[in-house]
Ligand binder design. Structure first.
Ligand code: HEM
Length: 127
């Protein structure tokens, strides 16, 4: 695994390390207020990013496109802004970052839909 596939996968691993740490902190403190932010960091950050990475690994044609890098940039911005935004909202702050992050995350999935529709799944393997 290399290139954008590896970048997606490693980002997912980093996200779940932080997400599990956050979960352990919630469990130890008994304060579960951040459960929603924790859940999104793990499910969007780990589950989705890891799946994106595996997809690009088995579909090199898609991974080679500029759109794959745009996909990563939009997905990462969406994840960071959404998770911080959910945490801010829980603490009584503005909902704007959560809304913006959600829209970026949704946009990243639309980019992925376009990618899958255009390239399918699988293809000649590289490295
Ligand atoms: C060390 C690992 C983890 C710990 C200690 C942990 C801990 C927690 C805690 C304390 C809660 C709040 C439960 C409640 O208030 O009812 C929670 C909720 C949740 N966690 Fe985790 N978690 C871990 C890993 C994960 C992972 C890997 C995922 C997903 C891939 C995940 C997804 C969720 C979801 C979906 C919720 C429910 C959120 C909600 O009700 O708003 N967690 N977790």
């Amino acid at each position: 695994m290399k290139g954008v596939a590896f970048t997606f996968f490693v980002t997912g691993v980093v996200a779940v390390v932080f997400g599990m740490g956050w979960g352990l902190h919630m469990a130890a403190s008994g304060d579960h207020a951040m459960a929603g932010a924790h859940a999104h960091l793990n499910l969007v950050g780990w589950a989705s990013f890891a799946l994106f990475g595996l997809y690009y690994h088995v579909t090199p044609k898609a991974a080679a496109s500029v759109l794959a890098r745009i996909h990563y940039a939009v997905a990462l911005a969406g994840l960071v802004v959404m998770v911080i935004g959910i945490a801010l909202t829980v603490r009584g702050g503005s909902e704007l970052p959560a809304v913006l992050g959600s829209l970026l995350t949704a946009a990243s999935m639309l980019i992925f839909l376009y990618t899958v529709a255009g390239n399918g799944l699988g293809g000649e393997m590289r490295g």
